[in-house]
Structures are given as structure tokens and as C-alpha cells.
Design a protein around this ligand. Sequence first.
Ligand SMILES: [Zn+2]
Length: 509
Amino acid sequence: MVQKMELPLQEVLKRFTTLDEKITHFNSIIGLIDWDQKVMAPKKGRYVFAKAAGSLRTEVFKLSVSEEMGELLALLTKEEYQQELNQVTRAKVREYKTFYDKSKRIPAELFQEYSVLTGQANDAWEEARATNDFERFLPYLEKIVTYTRKFAEIYGYEDHPYDALLDEYEPGLTVKVLDPLFAKLRKASVDLLKRIQQDGKPTRSEIFEKTYPINKQQEFNRYILPLIGFDIDAGRLDETIHPFAQAVTIGDVRLTTRYLENNVRSALFGTIHEAGHGIYEQQINPDFEESVLQSGASFGIHESQSRFLENMIGRSKEFWSYFYPALQETFPEQLENVALTDFYRAVNTVEPSMIRVEADELTYNLHIMLRYEIEKGLIAGEIEAKDLPEIWNKKMQDYLGVMPATDSEGVLQDVHWSFGGIGYFPSYALGNLYAAQILRTIQKALPDFAALIEKGEFKQIQGWLKEHIHQYGKLYTPNELIVKVTGEELNADYLVEYLEKKYTEVYEL
Ligand SMILES: [Zn+2]
């Protein structure tokens, strides 16, 4: 009997690294194309760009599920090999193995049908939203739900089919863990909102709606960006309608923001938010560059870093006690009669609105929980897509006390369902939960945390985030990371306490 000779480990690792590098390079180039298409490319050239990116994505998919990948993963997950691997390689294998196993289970024709469907669904959604016509989108949404349920069954889950979808965005998270966290946060948020509405001292949010010349706004945004920790030599800031952060590599992280003449808040907090995403990417261990670990731990952890910078730092009193004089100097007429306290209270204005992306720090989570409950119900077969407008409006009334006048500003407002992104929404609220828990930890680790912000010294804070979170990239799963950083699993108490404390002060409750 001829026995097939096993490959020596070194040889296997060399081939695995080469493949990982190739996939990562392609992904970097896809990121660059996406950025170019949104930021730079002339209108007439965008179509070809989109197709080129599509071709490259197909190549990445093929490489990720290739025979070679399968063979390498099979070897590297063998017990005798696993023991020999270091932590970094094990994490890389984990990342590829998860994707490989999931993708292999989906029959190719099912995947193809689904790709066609989401393409059409996106067009239908755009049209439905523009014409306030839910019925136009409904048949597509129904099909997307049916396919998503199929995928959940194929991926597998223990308790709830939605777990299989959550796992795509927040590996390891389940309904069983999330439900009590959200229940606590929802109750506290609804109660707090009521107290603010009944007894809160009004804020002067109208100050933001004066005319703020865009060139001055650009000047101020460019001034604060490096001061809060974004490395301008390893990135850039541009303008788009929908702000985003795109990491090409660790040394090339691109942010965008949006300037509105009569809303100075939009660019200001948009820039700080995206800088939070960007600094995370810039501070990843350079050894992980050109590998699958060259990215954040999960959607939720990524969002925690943007929200931490935007809300916990950027909307703090200390932050503005440092930056407000410069802002006043930039906009002397607009802000001449606005005291620091009034400005600080105004940046923390709570106002229930129909639109998620415009929501404040408190009501934002309620928008997310509404979507989460609907998605969970759809996937479990407890809710039917045709009833969504009614369910949506009822929940808006219950949680936020406002009712959309049209489906366009209600159930049709988000793009996510049209691309099949069911399971994505919770990441946004998770970001806030993680961020509050991290805030508590950093306040203990750096007792002068507030004083540092007040002095405009962000080096130590960013250094701490780098050491405890950013450098690890995708090395740890989100749950491993939050336990490693804060010493405990995700806990909603920290966000609840943070919100209570902040708004009691802001609204003088
Ligand atoms: Zn974000």
C-alpha cells in the first residue's frame, strides 16, 4: 500500500501565507476601487469600475473556496498541525475556515439566484423609497426573507435561526445573549426619554442651523482630525454624500465626511466618527498587514471605536472646553453669543426623529432595537413582510413617541434589507454597548482620562486603545476581545449608567 506523503508543516504554511496574501491584496484593491468609485471617478466611468470590482470579488471568492484552500485548511486544522501553530496563524486559519465551511454549504445555484435577487431588490427598494410605495419592494423583501431563512438553516444554529445571521457580523453572538441586553437598554432608554421630554431643560440646538460657510467647516475639520489621533500621513479626508471609512492597508486609511452649510454638526461629528474607525485600522499591528487579520475584530467592535471617539470623547464637556475656543474663532458671528455650556448641551440634544441616521445618542439604540425585533420575527416566521409598515409604525410610537407620515421615512428608509443584510443592524447598538464598557475600563486605567481630553492630549488615550484593542486586528473574536479588555462579558449596565449620568446632567433632570 502506498501511503500519501504528508506535506511538511513549513511547506503548508508557506502556501497558506501566499494564498492569504493574494486574497488580502485583492481585497485591498477592491477597497481602493470602491473608494474611487464613490469619491473620485467621473460619473461616466463608474459603471466599468463597478464591474471591475465585481470581477475581482468573484476571484476572491473563488480563491477562498478553492481546492487549494480546502486542502490547506484540512491540513492546518489537523490536531498534530494545530499544536504546532502559533496564535496568529491559528486566528488566520479560523477566519478562512469559517468562510470556507459556510460557503461550501451553499449550493452554487442558490447563491447565484440570490445574487440576482439582491441586485433587483436594490433597484426596487430605491424606486419604492423614492415613490413611497412599499408594495413595490414587498415581493423582493419576501423573497429575501425566504432565502435568508434557507441560509440560516444551511449555516446551522443551536437555538434561534437568527443566530446564524448574527454570526456573520458578530461572530459568536446569539439571540439568547442579545435579548436581555437589549431589553434592559430599551426600558432604560424609553424611561429616560420620557423624563427628558417631561422635565428636561430645553437645549439650544437651533444654533447649529445657522449658516456655516463650508470652507470654514473644512478648515476646522482638517484642524481637529490629526489632533484627535488620526495619522494624516497614513490616510486622507474627502467628501461624499454618505460618509465612510475605507481602509486600503494599515498605512492608507481613507475617510470621507459631508459638509452641509446649515448644519455644522453633520460634518463635525461625521468626521470624528469616521476618524474612530480610521484610527483603529491605522493602529493595527503592522505584522498583520497583507493578511486576513489586517482589520477590526467585528462590525460591533469597529463601531465601538467610532462611537467612543464621536460620543464618549467628542460629545463630552472636556472635549469642547478644549476645542470650543477654536470653533468660536472659526465661526465668530455664528457662535459669539453661545456659551460653552450651551454649546455642550446643544451637541447632546435628544430629539426623537423618524430617521435612524439622524438620531441622537440616546434614541439611536431604539431605532436599532425596533429593526432587530422585526428581523428576528421575520426569520422565525412570526412576522410577515406584508405587515411591516404597520408593525414599524406601532413600534416607533411605542419606543420613540413619533409616527412616520410615510413609509419612505419609515420602513423603507434603510438600504440594508435590499442587499440581504439581515443581522447587520444590531452591530450599531453593540458598538454603543461595547464603547460604554470600554469607557469604564479606560477611566480606571487612566485616572486622568477626563483631564487629558480637557488638555487636548489624545496620545495617551489613543495609545491605550492601541495597546488593548487596535493592535490585535482580527486576532481575537469579539467576545474574547471584550473580556480581555474589560475583564467581563458584554454588559448593558455600563451604557445605561452612562446615558443616565450624561442626560441627567445635560437636561438638568
Ligand atoms: Zn460607523
